[in-house]
Ligand binder design. Structure first.
Ligand code: FAD
Length: 419
């Protein structure tokens, strides 16, 4: 028996001995979540393994390229161009289980499905993304988005309504919010404010109007080199920044937004004519309540190897993982080869001495207007790690074209195909 077979059979034995509910099916590798991370990992594994015996657990009929939702909200891209059928994106050698995962039983090497079934695994990859917690803001529910001046780019169904809201703005106060919680794409809440400013100027409704960017964070951006540029952008555009102000209530009827001043604890009320809301976010509930979670609720992995700290046959990447990186698709792009390398090494029975290491790389293409972009790339130490041989802290037309045309091409043709 080779080392891989030994690992596999000993794990199956544990399930049998523990008296756990027997799984209704079993796969060598199970991937929870068929979004950016899940599909990229599954596709790469399918390329590397002749007979991977891999299943992807994903309830959604559609796979989304969410980074384009900012440009949908800005009226640049049609929202239908940001999605493909899950069926079309799932690698041929993988099986798609069209159900939600509702729990993990890592002692028995099983996951639980919404329909009550259990899937056994030898190796597990957890990539269900981040959860949008709309109702953490008093008075806010997703059905309010798209009505009465409230909009959000954070859902496929509503990102086009942002564009409609910008077009309907006749002057007054436009508010853009960013919560104090971790979120996916920390740049997205301000990008749409910059596009709105440009759009309002073109339509002649900017003069006499206020644009307020209210954020729970202490500054405009965590990396000082890019923050310096962005502070100049908000000054040039006349955008009022309210730092350490967290949205806690929306009074939709009165068109009022209530913020908590995170220093004084006082509440600040703003009247708005339109408001773009980035909802509070956190780990998915079914991850948070599982044995895989760390104290904060994220999948508890080593930040360099992406291997679970207690269950060596479990790995995680993307927004649901505990990696203290900026949660972006760009981070997933760099996490994917590391995770696949380390998972395959584990399957061969190797110890971690030759594991690949993820350095926290994240990328955030910060659109600062139509045709302008600052490409922020950095690592765990918040040190810039540019992929381009020029000063990326400057706003550039070329970088805007990379976001608008280059990244979608790379995503659909390379990243999701495991290349
Ligand atoms: P996702 O891609 O969100 O995939 C998670 C998958 O898990 C989904 O398919 C979901 O249906 C599935 N799932 C959920 N619950 C379950 C369950 N119970 N069981 C099974 N499956 C489940 N990133 C960038 O790099 N650059 C950008 O410019 C950028 N801009 C963004 C703008 C916006 C408006 C948004 C919303 C995001 C943006 N991002 C950007 C972030 C990027 O999209 C995410 O960081 C990335 O998709 C994370 O990948 P993931 O696989 O962790 O999660």
């Amino acid at each position: 028996m080779n080392t891989t077979e030994q690992v596999q059979s000993s794990e199956t034995d544990v399930a049998e001995e523990s008296g756990a509910t027997p799984p209704t099916r079993h796969h060598r590798i199970v991937v929870v979540g068929g979004g950016t991370g899940g599909i990229a990992v599954a596709s790469k594994l399918c390329r590397k393994l002749r007979d991977p015996d891999i299943a992807i657990v994903e309830p959604s009929e559609w796979h989304y390229f969410q980074p384009q939702w900012t440009l949908v909200g800005g009226g640049v891209v049609e929202k239908e161009a940001t999605r493909r059928r899950q069926e079309a994106i799932t690698p041929r050698k993988a099986e798609w289980i069209r159900e939600a995962c509702t729990g993990f039983d890592p002692e028995s090497n099983q996951i639980v499905l919404a329909g009550g079934g259990r899937v056994g695994y030898d190796y597990l990859v957890v990539a269900p993304g981040i959860q949008l917690n709309w109702t953490q803001v008093r008075g806010l529910t997703p059905d309010l988005i798209g009505k009465d001046g409230i909009c959000s780019n954070y859902l496929y169904d509503t990102c086009d309504l942002t564009w409609r809201t910008l077009q309907e703005f006749k002057g007054g106060t436009a508010v853009f919010t960013m919560p104090a919680t971790p979120i996916k794409c920390a740049g997205a809440p301000q990008k749409i404010a910059y596009l709105a400013d440009d759009h309002f100027r073109r339509r002649g409704v900017r003069d006499g109007s206020r644009i307020v960017y209210a954020t729970g964070t202490p500054g405009i951006f965590s990396v000082k080199e890019f923050a310096a540029t962005l502070n100049k952008v908000i000054e040039r555009k006349g955008i009022e920044a309210m730092f350490k102000h967290d949205l806690v209530e929306v009074r939709a009827g009165e068109k009022q937004a209530v913020f908590e001043n995170l220093d004084s604890g006082e509440e600040v009320v703003l009247d708005y004519d339109m408001i773009h809301i980035t909802p509070p976010q956190g780990p998915p509930d079914f991850v948070k309540s599982s044995p895989l979670a760390n104290e904060a609720g994220w999948v508890d992995v080593d930040k360099n190897s992406l291997q679970h700290v207690r269950y060596p046959n479990v790995f995680s990447l993307g927004d649901a993982s505990s990696c203290p990186t900026s949660k972006t698709g760009a981070a997933v792009r760099k996490e994917t080869p590391v995770l696949v390398h380390n998972l395959l090494a584990t399957m061969r029975g190797e110890d971690g001495s030759r594991f690949a290491s993820y350095n926290g790389y994240a990328g955030c293409p910060l659109v600062t207007g139509y045709g302008k972009l600052v490409f922020a790339e950095f690592d765990y130490d918040l040190k810039p790690t540019p992929s381009f041989p020029f000063d990326t802290t400057k706003e550039r037309w070329t970088m805007y074209q990379v976001k608008k045309r280059g990244l979608p091409f790379l995503y659909w043709n390379l990243m999701t195909k495991g290349r």
